[in-house]
Design a protein around this ligand. Structure first.
Ligand code: ZN
Length: 71
């Protein structure tokens, strides 16, 4: 009795975001992540790292959007 290996075997890997079970198969478009949410978390972390480099300078408190009344 020999089984055919033609069937797609679903490999379970650890999700890089939540360390949960992730189906590493063609049926999972978010691999190696387990879900779209975990993939977004990873992309978000990467984006925030990029934005940190191009941080805007702090707003000047003297330049208020409204005129200060004189006494
Ligand atoms: Zn996950």
């Amino acid at each position: 009795m020999s089984e055919s290996l033609s069937n797609e075997t679903t490999k379970i890997v650890a999700c890089p975001a939540c360390s949960g079970d992730s189906h590493y198969a063609a049926s999972n478009p978010y691999r190696p992540f387990c879900s779209a949410r975990c993939k977004q978390i990873d992309l978000g972390a990467w984006a925030s790292e990029q934005f940190r480099v191009q941080a805007e300078p702090p707003a000047d408190p003297d330049t208020a959007p409204w005129p200060t009344p004189a006494h």
